[in-house]
Design a protein around this ligand. Structure first.
Ligand SMILES: NC(=O)c1ccc[n+]([C@@H]2O[C@H](COP(=O)([O-])OP(=O)(O)OC[C@H]3O[C@@H](n4cnc5c(N)ncnc54)[C@H](OP(=O)(O)O)[C@@H]3O)[C@@H](O)[C@H]2O)c1
Length: 241
């Protein structure tokens, strides 16, 4: 029997890029996967019988309440929550980042992660192996030049993940909380990076290549199978800003 047979995994941002790659590895391990995005999913995972995608905007408190209701009523359990939904925002110096963009990036990357963890903890705590895995970025450790609100938002995701892991552990919860920091990955989020900036970023990676989707997905699966807690997993080929 596959190791996640009978288990339910919810992935915000599971409708594209890194989140969809994470969805695939859990499907192959036998899990039922709920993928969430603002737009409808139209990829190859639709062929999996245990895959369902839903349109929810995680920056909306009403949507998060609706998502919690959906999990409780239609799935009746939750074993793994992956907060992967994210936006890059404007690529520019901090001094030129607009208040609107700052608020939008923090609402999606940080506040939604915080609200999802809070809303889903009661149902996750009923699992014998509840897992929260948040997707931050190597930019949250070494801030990337001209990344505007993005690097600070990912630093906040790392901090809130570690704090929540600490709180859960001190409450003797069975839920673990870890955070994954990918480096540069080819996805919709990075497709518009100008060639010059892309080449310069790849040149800062000692392995000389970007991180592959399946590498991030397999790391998330490994963490979900492990008892590790409060850890920051960097997967970026040694990239530095
Ligand atoms: N690609 C990289 O190099 C890289 C590196 C480090 C970390 N990351 C992180 O990895 C995560 C996934 O990014 P990606 O590269 O796979 O980009 P992507 O292909 O653009 O995926 C982003 C996902 O987030 C969803 N999303 C965005 N805002 C949302 C909202 N308000 N409500 C619900 N869903 C929302 C998107 O769906 P909709 O647009 O339909 O809402 C999509 O499914 C992000 O957190 C990103 O910061 C990426």
């Amino acid at each position: 029997m596959a190791s996640f047979t009978g288990r339910v995994v919810l992935i915000t941002g599971g409708t594209s890029g890194i989140g969809a790659a994470i969805a695939e590895v859990f499907l192959l391990e036998g899990a039922s996967v709920i993928a969430v995005g603002r737009n409808k999913y139209r990829g190859q995972l639709q062929g999996f019988p245990r895959f369902e995608s839903f349109c929810f905007d995680v920056t909306s408190p009403a949507a998060i309440a609706g998502l919690r209701e959906l999990v409780e009523e239609d799935y009746e359990r939750l074993d793994v929550l992956v907060n992967c939904a994210g936006v890059a925002g404007e690529r520019m110096p901090l001094a030129e980042t607009s208040a609107e963009d700052w608020a939008n990036v923090f609402a999606t990357n940080v506040t939604a992660t915080f609200e999802m963890m809070k809303a889903l903890t009661p149902i996750l705590s009923k699992s014998d192996q509840g897992r929260i895995i948040n997707i931050a970025s190597t930019a949250g450790i070494d801030p990337l030049p001209r990344s505007g609100a993005y690097s600070p938002s990912k630093a906040a995701v790392i901090s809130l993940s570690r704090l929540y892991a600490h709180e859960l552990a001190t409450q003797k919860s069975r839920i673990t909380c870890n955070v994954v920091c990918p480096g540069l990955v080819k996805t919709r989020m990075t497709e518009n990076i100008p060639k010059e900036a892309w080449d310069a970023a790849v040149a800062r990676i000692p392995t000389g290549r970007t991180t592959y989707l399946h590498e991030v997905a397999e790391l998330v699966l490994y963490i979900a199978k492990s008892d590790s807690n409060k850890q920051v997993f960097r997967i970026d080929g040694g990239m530095r800003s």
